[in-house]
Design a protein around this ligand. Structure first.
Ligand code: HEC
Length: 145
């Protein structure tokens, strides 16, 4: 009985997260794409579970679909990514994420409408399908799923 209630609660709680983090890609394929990210990014839940051990030069990507760009606790972002998140005024979406990973500097410049904005992420993932897949993977290991 308790387990059924817990499952129902989890499903109910998950619904808005899925709505926000709508994912069109293939999470399984995205797990492999994440190998390109983990030298700089870990995925670690709020309770400290290490979903993927990774580097610390970039922020923890746990729950990325449920936060505004530039707002993970305890990570020192570049000021332009923080400002871009404020300009956007909402959480990461698949479309913004795919654009960001294709060219982080171009994304902050476009979002801030500034030709001098910079990003601390030098890596680029040009393939839009890989990007959508890694988004689906991050949503699938995020809170509420
Ligand atoms: C060489 C290191 C490096 C690699 C590889 C890398 N990143 Fe990053 N990433 C960073 C850094 C540094 C930042 C912080 C950028 C800033 O503050 O301007 C960042 C920021 C991000 C953010 C914004 C997070 C937030 O909290 O708003 C996302 C999303 C992201 N990276 C996704 C990825 C994905 C997906 C990959 C793999 C396809 C990847 N990164 C590969 C270094 C990296």
């Amino acid at each position: 009985m308790n387990r059924i209630l817990a499952t129902l609660a989890a499903v109910t709680l998950a619904a808005p997260v899925f709505a926000d983090g709508h994912a069109s890609g293939d999470a399984e394929a995205g797990a492999k794409v994440f190998n390109k990210c983990k030298s700089c990014h870990m995925i670690e839940s709020d309770s400290g579970e290490k979903i993927v051990k990774g580097g610390r030069s970039g922020p923890n990507l746990y729950g990325i679909a449920a936060r505004q760009p530039g707002t993970a606790d305890g990570y020192k972002y570049g000021k332009d990514l923080i400002a871009a998140g404020d300009t956007l005024g909402g959480n990461w979406t698949e479309a913004e994420f795919v654009d960001w990973v294709a060219d982080p500097r171009a994304w902050v410049r476009k979002t801030l409408d500034s030709s001098s904005a910079k990003s601390k992420m030098s890596f680029k993932l040009k393939d839009g399908e890989d990007a959508a897949n890694v988004w689906a993977y991050l949503v699938s290991v995020g809170p509420g799923s």
